[in-house]
Every structure is written in C-alpha cells, then in structure tokens.
Design a protein around this ligand. Structure first.
Ligand code: AMP
Ligand code: MG
Length: 344
C-alpha cells in the first residue's frame, strides 16, 4: 500500500491506495472557508493551516488503518503548487519515510489529475490497452486548462493550454463580478440552471487555423462591460440568464476544441478531470460529444475532481516512472521523482 499526501494549495489530504489502485482510506481537510473571506487563497494562511491540520489526519489514518503496517512507500505532491504549501507536505513525507524506513516519491500534481479518470477502472496496467488508448484528456482546474493525449505506454503529450486565465479562474472571477463569494464557480453553476444560456452573446475565443489553445481573459472582460451597461434592477431580473450565458461561453470553447481534436485522430477514450469537471453541464456537453464520436467517456469521479491525495497515491501506483515525450513539456507534466530511497 502507498500513503499519498497532497498539500499543493488549500486542501490538506492523505489517502491510502493499494497496488490495484483501490482506495483503502482517505482523510481530507479543506481550508476553503478560511480563505473565502479574503476572496482567494492566501499562501501564508494556507501553510499555517496545513501545519495544523495534517497531524490530526495522520492520527485518524493510524487509528483507522493501523499504518504504517503494510505501507511500502509514501507518495507526495511535489509540484506545481504554492511553494510553502508543497514544502509542508514534502517535509511530512520525508519525515515519515525516515521514521518508517520506506521510500518517498514525488508526484506531479497535474499527472495526478490526468490519471484520475482511470481510478474507477482499477490498475491501468491490467486494462486492455487498445480499448482505452490513445486517450484524450481535458484537465480543467483553478490554475490550469490543458488538453493532452496519453498513449498506451502512458506517455503524456500536451496538445493545447490556456494562454491566460484557467477556466476555473475565469468562472470564479466572473462569479465574483456577479456578486458570488470565492470560489464562486459552484454557485454560478446552480444559478445557471434556471437561466437561458443564449440570452447574452458573450464571446467565444476562436484560435487561428491550425492553432490549438484556449483563452478566457476576454470573456471575463466582456462580462465586466456587460454589467457596467446594465442597471442593478436589470441585472437582478436576468441574473440567472447572465450566469448561464457566461458559463456556457466558457464551456463552448472547451467543447469546440475537444470536438476538433477528436475529429483528427481515433481516440479510444476521453477523460475529464480537475475541479471544474465537477460541473454537471460540462460533463453533459462532453458526454454528448463522446457519444456522437463513439469515444468512451471517462469523467473523473466527482469526489476526485478537486485536489485530493487518493489521485496522488493512485498516480504513484499507475505511473511510477512518469513518462513524457517532449522535453519542453517537462514543466507541465514533469515525471514523478524519487525524492529519497531510505532504509536507515
Ligand atoms: P482545482 O484547481 O482542481 O482544485 O479546482 C478548483 C476549481 O474548480 C475552482 O476554480 C473552483 O471554483 C472550480 N469548481 C469547483 N466546483 C465547480 C463546479 N461545480 N463548476 C465549475 N467549477 C467548479
Ligand atoms: Mg488541482
């Protein structure tokens, strides 16, 4: 079994996953309420909260699953993320590895998200590879918007990324303009359910021919100008229409680019991951697209869309070497690292 540790942003999380990729236990503490009053994550506050919250979580794991018995290694998120927050998780992982005499591996957080759609299928290596690969993945989170492909040897290639804001950031900032507290995207989704997504014609970013990339900053600005043009009563009267139209403008861009890429190559499965993939509307839109293209749709389980330690430990089991085919992409999907291999 592997102990996973995740501390890259504002979730303190640990989990235990076995060699088949089955989650045996998971314990998480979210700091969202602490940061909400500041309108975003405050790095120093997050570090202090991690320091406070990890030890009670470890205590729970110790009593509920009698660790360290049966643990073979520790897997910890080693980036990308807030430096101080990552430092807390890595220090805890190294300390436990010293104390228990087991190795610790660093897992790239984005690789963790990228493999999370496979979690319900168990061990990727036991799958009939030709049924699921090549795989197209879309990672939608607060800090990243990435379209990538995973080949059957688990090599990852980035196909498109955002040139400015991430989609989660775009939804949170739009929600803020609409008076919804951070992180506003989940509440925006609720309001959008009663609205008409065609009521307002917000811009959809169109990349140049033969170019694959996302951009969300223009959409956010267009909402700002739209709201400036409207009286408060007018905004109140069409509030859910504004929410629905704004959200859909962001999603249409994602669906359009995914459709284009699915049309270019025979992908066997399509995975959706990251915090924004918790949204039912984008799930439904992409599920419909996959049905039309006869591609197996693999959304990450909702529980594993946000930051969590289970996907980190799962990634360490599935992808211990961490492959990438293009040196230039190392910074995005850098390989998982061997931090230290201790037996003292
Ligand atoms: P992550 O960076 O992967 O932890 O995801 C966090 C991002 O996901 C934040 O921008 C959240 O607002 C966003 N998010 C969470 N739930 C939803 C939802 N239901 N719809 C859209 N975005 C969401
Ligand atoms: Mg994340």
């Amino acid at each position: 079994m592997i102990l996973g540790i995740e501390s890259s942003c504002d979730e303190s999380a640990i989990a235990i996953v076995d060699a088949n990729g089955q989650v045996k236990g998971e314990w998480i503490h979210s700091q969202i309420a602490k940061h909400a009053e500041y309108g975003g994550v405050v790095p120093d506050l997050a570090v202090g909260e991690h320091l406070k919250n990890f030890f009670p979580l470890l205590d729970l794991a110790r009593t509920e699953l009698s660790i360290p018995a049966g643990l073979e290694s520790v897997a910890v998120t080693c980036g990308p993320g807030l430096a101080g927050c990552l430092g807390v998780g890595i220090t805890i992982a190294k300390t436990l590895s010293l104390q228990w005499g087991i190795p610790v591996n660093g897992v790239n957080h984005l690789r963790g998200h990228a493999f999370s759609p496979f979690m319900p299928l168990g061990n990727v290596h036991d799958l009939e590879k030709s049924k699921y690969f090549p795989h197209l993945g879309l990672l939608l989170s607060g800090g990243n918007t990435l379209l990538f492909q995973i080949d059957k040897d688990l090599t990852i290639d980035v196909l498109a990324r955002t040139v400015d804001d991430a989609v989660g950031e775009c939804l949170d900032k739009g929600a803020k303009l609409l008076g919804i507290a951070y992180p506003g995207a989940p509440e925006l989704e609720k309001k959008a359910k009663d609205g008409d997504e065609k009521a307002f014609d917000f811009p959809r970013f169109i990349p140049k021919k033969n170019e694959l990339r996302f951009s969300f900053s223009g959409l956010k600005t267009s909402l700002l100008y739209q709201l400036k043009k409207m009286a408060d009563t007018e905004i109140d009267n069409c509030y859910s229409d504004l929410c629905a139209s704004y959200q859909q403008a962001a999603f249409d861009q994602l669906v359009k680019t995914t459709k284009k890429v699915l049309g270019e190559k025979k992908y066997k499965s399509f995975g959706l991951s990251g915090g924004v993939s918790n949204n039912q509307k984008i799930r439904d839109d992409l599920s419909d697209l996959c049905k039309k293209r006869e591609v197996c749709f693999l959304p990450a389980p909702k529980k594993y869309t946000g930051d969590n330690a289970s996907m980190i430990a799962y990634c360490a089991v599935m992808d211990p070497g961490g492959l990438w085919s293009n040196e230039g992409q190392q910074l995005i999907f850098s390989p998982n690292l061997k931090i230290c291999d201790l037996a003292i």
